[in-house]
Design a protein. Structure first.
Ligand SMILES: Cc1cc2nc3c(=O)[nH]c(=O)nc-3n(C[C@H](O)[C@H](O)[C@H](O)COP(=O)(O)OP(=O)(O)OC[C@H]3O[C@@H](n4cnc5c(N)ncnc54)[C@H](O)[C@@H]3O)c2cc1C
Ligand SMILES: NC(=O)c1ccc[n+]([C@@H]2O[C@H](COP(=O)([O-])OP(=O)(O)OC[C@H]3O[C@@H](n4cnc5c(N)ncnc54)[C@H](OP(=O)(O)O)[C@@H]3O)[C@@H](O)[C@H]2O)c1
Lengths: 460, 245
């Protein structure tokens, strides 16, 4: 095996936002044994002076999965065990959510929690402890993981769960790959009778109405709102709030007119953005037009429809490499959460700052989070989260520093898997358990081997 | 339900192919030398929908074992609709130039072992009276080049052998498919810098299943290699010999 830093060619790599980019060597591992060999080779050759980090499908936006040495999990993609009574699925960490849906939807199973793209790995979903539109009821991804296997710096394979090696489990879930390589996990799928979602959407006039509707519908399985973040004054925070429920078999059969098609998995999208677009394409005017059109696409204040899970959960997956629309300089996604207590006032302050700046966002997604879990670095806390995209442009980072101050002021924090630029001080102030996290890391020697560009920036 | 036998089943291209058959509900029989990996693949295939997935150990350089291992496979499953041979190694050309032992070992793995397997399999398929023999060779077998002519010679030998076999079995309704991939991103090529000509094993696998369904003779995959190799084969030797290839 020759996975040595100086023997492999370097390639330019970036996260989904195409910012920042760096030169890295990339190694795809095939087995636990290969990972163990790689670690000892790395240490023996003094290559641990360079950062080493695991990478799944690279759907994190910033520099979480970037380092001089990148270990890919694409070949760790096997299903290991499935219990058709409980829905417990054991699989290797490089298995993608798309793959799980492909195989299990036709048999009547669905993911317990899913992010807004199905092109992520199980390992990536655990390491970022991702959330979906059902966070207020069902929490993060890791809350449905009963156990996982982690290759730690010594090469040893550790089993972790909330009962076994609990500190390591709570550091690894949400731990951004900084404790070791997740190689295997057992998660519990949920039964569904149909691949369709009954969607019900509300058009709101302003932020207050939006937040009130979230409260009123806190028993809906899925909920999310799209905010027109260019609307100002009395219209500030006007939104489309979308709720969803898995349909029953009867509803689905009625609509699809056949039993078989009720549980059809997604088809593979064919559209692709082949090259980086001129970033001029997304300017203040086109974004304004898009926002206005999107808001007015629904004319009534309340409407319902039945949609397949694919467009419902993954509206952007149909257009491959859509991130290239932002041009070669890339973009950042800014996702923050503020506690419920800061609610309306806090969110209004931030939205006002964004509208004032005229740095529009293509997508601004608002969601109410349920209670926080026990993991040291998981992002969600009970409150409201907003995610926006910003094209890289002069003055952007100064503006985002300004937003950081308001977010911190509200007692909030930023999502690590989206972050490419926050300061060490901002991070340490808003993730108070970072020291516990570091203790667990050093106990397993992880701090000396696993480092991403992000962890170095954040002083981890 | 199709029954599929795969030799060198742990290869990335073979694995991507067996997944497509598993998804279709086929019964699989996997042969290879890495038992841990074979067990992983068989489990995975069953969860993906394979009716059954058997496996057994075979180091293809252990030629004395070929007949008995293959016999066991046929005895336990009965007949096979498709047999795919996928194993291979990419020799270090420089090392081969320095040692005839290395060269012979590489020729054994990439050519002689396959000839031995095919000899037994061809007779068996002839008795069975239907089915497909599919073998992964390479575009490298189309013309010798200084950078990898040991590998090229081995693959070229298998291609010619297959041509003859096809001629022999055509009247018996047995398909003999020669699969010639170009650059594929697999462990075999881990050390290479990848560019636009590189394909994923999944793409190769899809084209293999399609070529078997369509009863094709030779498959260049991805398709554009047919045209690239047409050009390469037609460059006059007096020019070719001076090129750095
Ligand atoms: C269009 C889009 C929509 C999204 N929507 C949501 C959403 O709704 N909710 C949400 O929570 N997130 C969302 N995300 C973010 C995404 O879910 C996370 O970034 C996820 O972690 C990406 O998984 P990946 O496999 O691509 O991991 P990568 O991006 O490759 O890696 C992400 C992190 O996980 C670590 N990691 C990956 N694999 C392993 C492993 N095997 N062992 C240890 N560490 C590992 C990496 O080191 C890195 O720190 C979205 C992203 C996109 C592009
Ligand atoms: N990758 C390319 O660019 C490319 C291009 C053209 C043709 N090909 C051909 O495609 C085929 C598949 O290769 P791949 O690209 O998928 O690479 P791969 O994943 O490295 O597969 C090669 C396989 O051959 C197996 N093998 C080697 N020696 C063996 C032996 N003595 N006994 C049993 N099995 C043995 C290996 O088994 P272990 O897992 O135990 O090591 C491995 O699974 C090969 O014939 C190759 O020559 C590849």
């Amino acid at each position: 095996m020759t996975p040595l830093y100086n023997q492999l060619p370097q390639q330019s790599v970036s996260g989904w936002g195409q910012y920042p980019k760096m030169e890295s060597v990339q190694i795809a591992v095939h087995s636990k044994r290969k990972i163990r060999e790689l670690f000892s080779e790395t240490k023996r050759n003094g290559l641990d002076q360079y950062g080493l980090i695991t990478r799944g499908l690279g759907r994190s936006y910033g520099d979480s999965a970037l380092a001089e040495q990148i270990l890919h999990t694409e070949h760790l993609n096997h299903f290991m065990q499935f219990d058709a009574d409980s829905g417990d699925l054991t699989c290797a960490a490089g298995v993608t959510l798309a793959d799980i849906l492909d195989i299990f939807v036709p048999r009547g199973w669905f993911l317990p929690v899913t992010p807004g793209t199905k092109f992520v790995t199980v390992g990536g979903a655990i390491a970022s402890d991702v959330h979906g539109k059902n966070h207020h009821l069902h929490g993060c991804f890791s809350e449905h993981v009963s156990s996982l296997k982690l290759v730690v710096a010594s090469g040893e394979v550790m089993s972790c769960s909330p009962q076994e090696n609990a500190p390591l489990f709570h550091a690894t879930c949400g731990g951004m790959g900084l404790t070791g390589v997740i190689v295997e996990a057992t998660l519990r799928l949920i039964p569904i009778a149909s691949a369709l979602i009954a969607e019900s959407s509300y058009k709101t006039a302003n932020l207050e109405e939006t937040l009130t509707l979230f409260e009123e519908h806190d028993n809906a399985t899925y909920s999310v709102a799209w905010i027109d973040c260019l609307a100002t004054g009395k219209k500030l925070g006007r939104s489309l709030l979308m709720l969803g429920e898995h349909e029953s078999r009867e509803e689905a059969v009625k609509e699809e007119q056949s039993q078989e098609s009720a549980l059809q998995a997604h088809k593979n999208g064919k559209m692709n953005v082949p090259i980086n677009m001129p970033s001029m394409l997304l300017n203040r005017y086109s974004i304004q037009a898009f926002n206005t059109l999107y808001y007015h696409k629904q004319t009534r204040t309340h409407q319902t429809r039945s949609v397949h899970y694919d467009p419902y959960f993954y509206p952007l997956d149909g257009l491959h490499n859509w991130n290239r629309l932002y041009g070669k300089n890339g973009f950042v996604q800014y996702q923050f959460v503020i506690p419920k207590s800061a609610g309306l006032v806090g969110m209004s302050r931030i939205l006002e700052a964004i509208t004032r700046s005229k740095r529009g966002s293509f997508l601004a997604v608002l969601k109410a989070f349920g209670p926080q879990n026990q993991n040291y670095l998981s992002f969600p806390v009970e409150g409201y989260t907003l995610a926006l995209d910003f094209k890289i442009s002069p003055g952007l980072f100064e503006f985002l520093d300004e937003l950081d101050r308001i977010v911190l002021d509200c007692g909030g924090r930023l999502y690590l898997t989206k972050d490419a630029r926050m300061s060490e001080a901002t991070f340490k102030q808003s993730y108070p358990q970072w020291e516990v996290f570091q203790e667990v890391r050093s106990q397993y020697g992880a701090d000396r081997l696993f480092r991403s560009r992000q962890s170095q920036r954040l002083g981890l | 339900m199709q029954k599929i036998l795969i030799i060198g089943a742990t290869s990335s291209i073979a694995e991507a192919t067996l997944r497509l058959y598993a998804h279709q509900g086929a019964e699989l029989y996997l042969l290879g030398r890495d038992e841990e990996k074979l067990e992983t693949l068989a489990n995975d295939a069953k969860i993906r929908g394979a009716a059954e997935a058997h496996w057994a150990k075979l180091d293809v350089n252990d030629i004395d074992q070929h007949a008995s291992v293959l016999q066991t496979a046929f005895s336990s499953v009965g007949t096979f609709d498709v047999v795919l041979i996928a194993h291979g190694t990419l020799p270090d050309q420089q090392a081969c130039q320095e040692s005839i032992h290395t060269t012979l070992r590489e020729l054994n793995t990439n050519a002689i072992s396959t000839v031995s397997l095919l000899t037994w399999l061809a007779n068996q398929m002839e008795i069975q009276g239907y089915g497909t023999l599919a073998v992964i060779t390479s575009v490298a077998g189309d013309r010798g080049r200084q950078s990898n002519y040991v590998y090229g010679a081995a693959k070229g030998m298998v291609s010619i052998f297959l041509q003859g076999l096809r001629n022999r079995l055509a009247s018996k309704d047995i398909q003999v498919l020669d699969i010639k991939p170009g650059f594929v991103d697999t462990p075999m090529t881990a050390g290479f810098k990848k560019g636009p000509l590189w394909a994923k094993p999944q793409t190769i696998a899809q084209s293999i299943v399609k070529a078997i369904d369509k009863q094709r003779d030779t498959l260049y995959t991805p398709f554009f290699w047919r045209w690239i190799m047409l050009i390469i084969r037609n460059i006059p030797e007096f020019i070719f010999k001076k090129m750095k290839l």
